[in-house]
Design a binder for this molecule. Structure first.
Ligand SMILES: [Zn+2]
Length: 265
């Protein structure tokens, strides 16, 4: 009897996460010994040895539901639910000037293009979950350069309130190198209305990094890229005020602060 109790106790889940009270738009590490899968903020979780990454959306409410599934000692599926307390991210306000064509309401042809490009980026975000984890070494910054705009800042474009900044901007002159922040597979390369010339890289288990406003992309879809490899050149394509790199990190469709990637063990 006591042996059975001990065995049961060992496989009962105990869900925890780090940081304990994450901010909106941040990456968390979920620990749930024995868990095989789960869900957080609408995205599936990929557990390896009881740990999984997840991202708190910028729009997350103060209590966001976390679900995990594990297989019990007798083969039954055990579901557990926890609620992650989320701290509000207080955005720094920012003024941005952009060309008129980016702020006037789009005509139907342009709206069609924008919709098509959004669908493409949603699709590539969904597929980030189909790729096995490809990285071991720590993530690096794509440029050793000054941060010109942090993640999550509140933005006014030509005086009109827009959504919060979904990436982190790094300074750079046109033509300066952009390095991929970790090993991965190039999932999408294109020239988009808002993002300009962009490279999307799958790192596996839901993680994706995106590099926008390039003057040139130096990789093609399907290429395996090694950490630090030059994948493009800084530019000013898409909705920008001048040359810089917009570096975005996503867990599935959820953008989070790319700086959190650099803190991963
Ligand atoms: Zn940006």
């Amino acid at each position: 009897m006591s042996l059975l109790l001990l065995t049961t106790a060992l496989i009962v889940q105990d869900i925890s996460w780090q940081p304990a009270t994450p901010r909106q738009g941040s990456l968390i590490v979920v620990s749930a010994p024995g868990a095989i899968t789960g869900q957080f903020a609408g995205e599936p979780l990929h557990f390896r040895r009881g740990k999984a990454l997840a991202a708190v959306p910028l729009s997350a409410t103060d209590s966001t539901r976390l679900e995990t599934l594990s297989i019990g000692w007798d083969g039954t599926v055990l579901g557990e639910t926890a609620y992650v307390t989320v701290e509000v991210r207080r955005p720094a306000e920012e003024q941005v000037q952009a060309a008129e064509r980016f702020t006037t309401p789009p005509d139907s042809a342009l709206q069609e293009r924008i919709d098509r490009e959004r669908a493409l980026s949603r699709e590539v975000a969904r597929r980030a979950h189909d790729v096995p984890r490809l990285w071991d070494a720590p993530f690096i910054r794509p440029r050793a350069a000054r941060i010109t705009s942090p993640f999550g800042s509140g933005r006014q474009v030509n005086g009109v309130w827009r959504t919060q900044h979904s990436g982190l901007d790094l300074a750079g002159r046109k033509g300066a190198p952009v390095r991929v922040s970790n090993r991965g597979i190039v999932a999408l390369v294109g020239d988009f209305f808002y993002g300009g010339i962009s490279v999307y890289v799958h790192h596996g288990d839901g993680l994706m990094t995106v590099y926008h406003h390039l003057s040139r992309a130096l990789v093609a879809v399907g290429d395996t890229v090694e950490r630090g490899e030059i994948i493009g050149r800084v530019g000013a394509t898409g909705r920008v005020t001048g040359p810089h790199l917009h570096w975005q990190a996503q867990y599935g469709a959820v953008p989070f602060d790319p700086a959190d990637l650099l803190k991963l063990p």
